[in-house]
Design a binder for this molecule. Structure first.
Ligand SMILES: Nc1ncnc2c1ncn2[C@@H]1O[C@H](COP(=O)(O)OP(=O)(O)OP(=O)(O)O)[C@@H](O)[C@H]1O
Ligand SMILES: [Mg+2]
Length: 240
Protein backbone atom coordinates (compact mmCIF):
# COMPACT_ATOMS: atom_id res chain seq x y z
CA UNK A 1 0.00 0.00 0.00
CA UNK A 2 1.15 3.58 -0.67
CA UNK A 3 2.03 5.55 2.43
CA UNK A 4 0.56 8.66 0.78
CA UNK A 5 -1.96 9.04 -1.99
CA UNK A 6 -3.45 12.11 -3.62
CA UNK A 7 -6.59 11.84 -5.75
CA UNK A 8 -7.87 14.51 -8.14
CA UNK A 9 -6.44 17.15 -5.83
CA UNK A 10 -7.50 20.64 -6.89
CA UNK A 11 -6.92 24.12 -5.53
CA UNK A 12 -8.35 27.32 -6.95
CA UNK A 13 -7.47 30.84 -5.88
CA UNK A 14 -10.32 32.86 -7.36
CA UNK A 15 -10.25 32.16 -11.09
CA UNK A 16 -6.71 30.73 -10.96
CA UNK A 17 -6.51 26.93 -10.79
CA UNK A 18 -3.18 26.45 -8.99
CA UNK A 19 -3.55 22.68 -8.83
CA UNK A 20 -5.77 20.82 -11.26
CA UNK A 21 -6.99 17.27 -10.50
CA UNK A 22 -3.57 15.87 -9.64
CA UNK A 23 -3.21 12.17 -8.77
CA UNK A 24 -0.11 10.69 -7.21
CA UNK A 25 1.07 7.82 -5.04
CA UNK A 26 4.11 7.75 -2.78
CA UNK A 27 5.38 4.28 -1.89
CA UNK A 28 6.92 3.60 1.50
CA UNK A 29 10.66 4.34 1.31
CA UNK A 30 10.34 6.10 -2.02
CA UNK A 31 11.86 9.44 -3.04
CA UNK A 32 9.51 11.28 -5.39
CA UNK A 33 10.82 14.39 -7.13
CA UNK A 34 8.41 17.21 -8.00
CA UNK A 35 9.54 19.55 -10.76
CA UNK A 36 8.03 22.21 -12.98
CA UNK A 37 8.32 25.91 -13.83
CA UNK A 38 7.69 28.74 -11.37
CA UNK A 39 4.03 28.96 -10.45
CA UNK A 40 3.31 25.37 -11.57
CA UNK A 41 1.64 24.50 -8.26
CA UNK A 42 4.43 22.55 -6.55
CA UNK A 43 4.34 24.40 -3.23
CA UNK A 44 0.55 24.45 -3.35
CA UNK A 45 0.60 20.65 -3.60
CA UNK A 46 2.74 20.46 -0.44
CA UNK A 47 0.56 23.01 1.38
CA UNK A 48 -2.54 20.93 0.66
CA UNK A 49 -0.90 17.70 1.84
CA UNK A 50 0.45 19.34 4.99
CA UNK A 51 -2.90 20.88 5.91
CA UNK A 52 -1.75 24.48 5.43
CA UNK A 53 -4.39 25.00 2.73
CA UNK A 54 -7.73 23.29 2.18
CA UNK A 55 -8.32 21.61 -1.17
CA UNK A 56 -11.08 22.94 -3.43
CA UNK A 57 -11.69 19.36 -4.52
CA UNK A 58 -10.07 15.94 -4.29
CA UNK A 59 -8.49 14.20 -1.33
CA UNK A 60 -5.27 13.18 0.41
CA UNK A 61 -4.87 9.74 2.02
CA UNK A 62 -2.22 8.72 4.55
CA UNK A 63 -1.89 4.94 4.94
CA UNK A 64 -5.31 4.64 3.33
CA UNK A 65 -7.15 7.09 5.58
CA UNK A 66 -8.44 10.45 4.31
CA UNK A 67 -6.59 13.33 5.95
CA UNK A 68 -7.73 16.33 3.89
CA UNK A 69 -9.28 18.95 6.15
CA UNK A 70 -7.13 18.10 9.17
CA UNK A 71 -5.16 20.92 10.77
CA UNK A 72 -1.44 21.15 10.12
CA UNK A 73 -0.72 20.06 13.73
CA UNK A 74 -2.84 16.96 13.31
CA UNK A 75 -1.17 16.12 10.00
CA UNK A 76 2.25 16.56 11.59
CA UNK A 77 1.35 14.28 14.51
CA UNK A 78 0.19 11.64 12.04
CA UNK A 79 3.67 11.69 10.55
CA UNK A 80 3.76 14.07 7.58
CA UNK A 81 5.95 17.14 7.93
CA UNK A 82 6.94 19.94 5.58
CA UNK A 83 10.03 21.98 6.38
CA UNK A 84 8.33 25.30 7.09
CA UNK A 85 5.31 23.71 8.71
CA UNK A 86 7.16 23.46 12.02
CA UNK A 87 7.08 26.77 13.90
CA UNK A 88 9.70 29.18 12.61
CA UNK A 89 13.30 28.75 13.53
CA UNK A 90 14.23 30.66 16.68
CA UNK A 91 17.31 32.70 15.68
CA UNK A 92 18.53 33.49 19.20
CA UNK A 93 18.03 29.98 20.55
CA UNK A 94 20.76 27.39 20.24
CA UNK A 95 20.87 24.93 17.36
CA UNK A 96 20.12 22.09 19.77
CA UNK A 97 17.12 23.89 21.31
CA UNK A 98 15.67 24.48 17.84
CA UNK A 99 15.69 20.75 17.13
CA UNK A 100 14.42 19.97 20.61
CA UNK A 101 11.39 22.29 20.20
CA UNK A 102 10.53 20.69 16.84
CA UNK A 103 10.58 17.26 18.56
CA UNK A 104 8.11 18.41 21.19
CA UNK A 105 5.84 19.80 18.47
CA UNK A 106 5.72 16.55 16.53
CA UNK A 107 4.66 13.50 18.49
CA UNK A 108 4.58 15.17 21.88
CA UNK A 109 7.41 13.13 23.43
CA UNK A 110 8.53 14.05 26.94
CA UNK A 111 11.48 16.34 27.64
CA UNK A 112 14.21 13.76 28.35
CA UNK A 113 13.78 11.67 25.20
CA UNK A 114 13.23 14.81 23.09
CA UNK A 115 16.59 16.17 24.20
CA UNK A 116 18.37 12.89 23.51
CA UNK A 117 16.71 12.61 20.09
CA UNK A 118 17.62 16.20 19.25
CA UNK A 119 21.27 15.39 19.93
CA UNK A 120 21.05 12.24 17.83
CA UNK A 121 19.55 14.10 14.85
CA UNK A 122 22.09 16.91 15.10
CA UNK A 123 24.83 14.32 14.91
CA UNK A 124 23.10 12.65 11.96
CA UNK A 125 23.02 15.88 9.91
CA UNK A 126 26.60 16.75 10.89
CA UNK A 127 25.86 19.69 13.19
CA UNK A 128 26.83 18.20 16.56
CA UNK A 129 29.74 20.61 16.93
CA UNK A 130 27.33 23.56 16.47
CA UNK A 131 24.81 22.41 19.09
CA UNK A 132 25.45 25.32 21.44
CA UNK A 133 25.73 28.02 18.76
CA UNK A 134 22.82 30.43 18.20
CA UNK A 135 20.82 29.35 15.15
CA UNK A 136 21.29 32.79 13.56
CA UNK A 137 25.06 32.23 13.31
CA UNK A 138 24.74 29.25 10.94
CA UNK A 139 25.73 29.46 7.27
CA UNK A 140 23.12 28.70 4.59
CA UNK A 141 24.11 25.01 4.13
CA UNK A 142 24.13 24.60 7.92
CA UNK A 143 20.68 26.22 8.13
CA UNK A 144 19.40 23.67 5.62
CA UNK A 145 20.84 20.83 7.69
CA UNK A 146 19.18 22.28 10.77
CA UNK A 147 15.85 22.41 8.89
CA UNK A 148 16.27 18.73 8.08
CA UNK A 149 17.15 17.82 11.68
CA UNK A 150 14.01 19.67 12.82
CA UNK A 151 11.79 17.75 10.42
CA UNK A 152 13.36 14.46 11.49
CA UNK A 153 12.89 15.37 15.15
CA UNK A 154 9.12 15.48 14.66
CA UNK A 155 9.43 11.75 13.87
CA UNK A 156 7.80 12.35 10.48
CA UNK A 157 7.50 9.28 8.23
CA UNK A 158 6.76 11.40 5.16
CA UNK A 159 9.01 14.41 4.60
CA UNK A 160 8.01 17.21 2.23
CA UNK A 161 11.09 19.19 1.26
CA UNK A 162 10.46 22.38 -0.73
CA UNK A 163 13.63 23.61 -2.48
CA UNK A 164 15.83 22.56 0.40
CA UNK A 165 18.94 22.77 -1.82
CA UNK A 166 18.37 26.24 -3.28
CA UNK A 167 21.47 28.41 -3.04
CA UNK A 168 23.85 25.53 -2.32
CA UNK A 169 26.98 25.01 -4.41
CA UNK A 170 27.67 21.76 -6.30
CA UNK A 171 29.61 20.15 -3.49
CA UNK A 172 26.93 21.06 -0.94
CA UNK A 173 24.20 19.73 -3.24
CA UNK A 174 26.04 16.40 -3.55
CA UNK A 175 26.37 16.22 0.25
CA UNK A 176 22.67 16.99 0.62
CA UNK A 177 21.73 14.24 -1.87
CA UNK A 178 23.84 11.74 0.09
CA UNK A 179 22.23 12.82 3.36
CA UNK A 180 18.69 12.50 1.99
CA UNK A 181 19.49 8.99 0.78
CA UNK A 182 20.48 8.13 4.36
CA UNK A 183 17.20 9.62 5.57
CA UNK A 184 15.36 7.27 3.23
CA UNK A 185 17.48 4.34 4.43
CA UNK A 186 16.17 5.12 7.91
CA UNK A 187 12.66 4.31 6.77
CA UNK A 188 11.40 7.70 5.63
CA UNK A 189 9.48 8.46 2.46
CA UNK A 190 10.27 11.74 0.75
CA UNK A 191 8.73 14.19 -1.67
CA UNK A 192 11.29 16.67 -2.91
CA UNK A 193 10.60 19.88 -4.86
CA UNK A 194 13.80 20.95 -6.56
CA UNK A 195 14.92 23.07 -9.49
CA UNK A 196 18.43 21.56 -9.50
CA UNK A 197 18.08 18.82 -12.13
CA UNK A 198 21.29 17.01 -11.27
CA UNK A 199 20.08 16.61 -7.69
CA UNK A 200 16.72 15.27 -8.86
CA UNK A 201 18.37 12.87 -11.33
CA UNK A 202 20.70 11.53 -8.62
CA UNK A 203 18.15 11.39 -5.84
CA UNK A 204 14.64 10.65 -7.06
CA UNK A 205 13.28 7.17 -7.78
CA UNK A 206 10.47 8.82 -9.72
CA UNK A 207 9.68 12.33 -10.87
CA UNK A 208 6.34 14.06 -11.30
CA UNK A 209 6.16 17.16 -13.50
CA UNK A 210 3.63 19.94 -12.94
CA UNK A 211 2.83 22.71 -15.40
CA UNK A 212 0.05 25.27 -14.81
CA UNK A 213 -1.31 23.04 -12.05
CA UNK A 214 -1.53 19.93 -14.21
CA UNK A 215 0.53 16.78 -14.07
CA UNK A 216 2.17 16.56 -17.50
CA UNK A 217 4.56 13.64 -16.89
CA UNK A 218 5.54 11.05 -14.31
CA UNK A 219 8.20 8.34 -14.36
CA UNK A 220 11.88 7.56 -13.92
CA UNK A 221 14.05 10.71 -13.97
CA UNK A 222 15.92 9.70 -17.14
CA UNK A 223 12.68 9.07 -19.04
CA UNK A 224 10.90 12.18 -17.78
CA UNK A 225 13.85 14.41 -18.64
CA UNK A 226 13.74 13.17 -22.25
CA UNK A 227 9.99 13.73 -22.58
CA UNK A 228 9.37 16.41 -25.26
CA UNK A 229 6.44 17.89 -23.31
CA UNK A 230 8.68 18.31 -20.25
CA UNK A 231 11.50 19.85 -22.27
CA UNK A 232 9.05 22.27 -23.89
CA UNK A 233 7.32 23.28 -20.64
CA UNK A 234 10.31 23.35 -18.32
CA UNK A 235 13.72 21.93 -19.11
CA UNK A 236 14.31 23.90 -22.30
CA UNK A 237 13.88 27.05 -20.30
CA UNK A 238 15.92 25.76 -17.34
CA UNK A 239 18.86 24.70 -19.49
CA UNK A 240 19.19 27.89 -21.54
N1 LIG B 1 -2.41 31.96 -1.29
C1 LIG B 1 -2.48 32.21 -2.59
N2 LIG B 1 -3.35 33.10 -3.11
C2 LIG B 1 -3.43 33.35 -4.42
N3 LIG B 1 -2.67 32.73 -5.36
C3 LIG B 1 -1.77 31.83 -4.92
C4 LIG B 1 -1.62 31.52 -3.53
N4 LIG B 1 -0.65 30.57 -3.40
C5 LIG B 1 -0.22 30.32 -4.65
N5 LIG B 1 -0.89 31.06 -5.56
C6 LIG B 1 -0.70 31.01 -7.01
O1 LIG B 1 -0.83 29.65 -7.41
C7 LIG B 1 0.11 29.34 -8.43
C8 LIG B 1 0.98 28.18 -7.98
O2 LIG B 1 1.85 28.67 -6.96
P1 LIG B 1 2.92 27.73 -6.25
O3 LIG B 1 3.56 28.56 -5.18
O4 LIG B 1 2.29 26.46 -5.84
O5 LIG B 1 3.96 27.46 -7.44
P2 LIG B 1 5.37 26.71 -7.40
O6 LIG B 1 5.31 25.63 -8.42
O7 LIG B 1 5.72 26.34 -6.01
O8 LIG B 1 6.37 27.86 -7.94
P3 LIG B 1 7.89 28.21 -7.54
O9 LIG B 1 8.76 27.27 -8.35
O10 LIG B 1 8.05 29.63 -7.99
O11 LIG B 1 8.04 28.03 -6.07
C9 LIG B 1 0.86 30.61 -8.74
O12 LIG B 1 0.25 31.24 -9.85
C10 LIG B 1 0.68 31.43 -7.47
O13 LIG B 1 0.75 32.81 -7.75
MG1 LIG C 1 7.21 26.89 -4.70
Amino acid sequence: MSILEVRALTKSFGSLVALDRVDLKLAEGEILGIIGPNGAGKSTLFNLIAGLERPSAGAVYYRGAAISGLTTDAVCRLGITKTFQIPQLFPRMSVLENVFVAGLYGKGVSLGPARYQAETWLEFVGLADKAAAAAETLSLPERRRLDLARVLATDARVLLLDENMAGLNQREVAASVALLRQVRDRGRSLMVIEHIMRAIADLADRVLVLNYGEKIAEGRPRDVMRDPAVIKAYLGEAYT
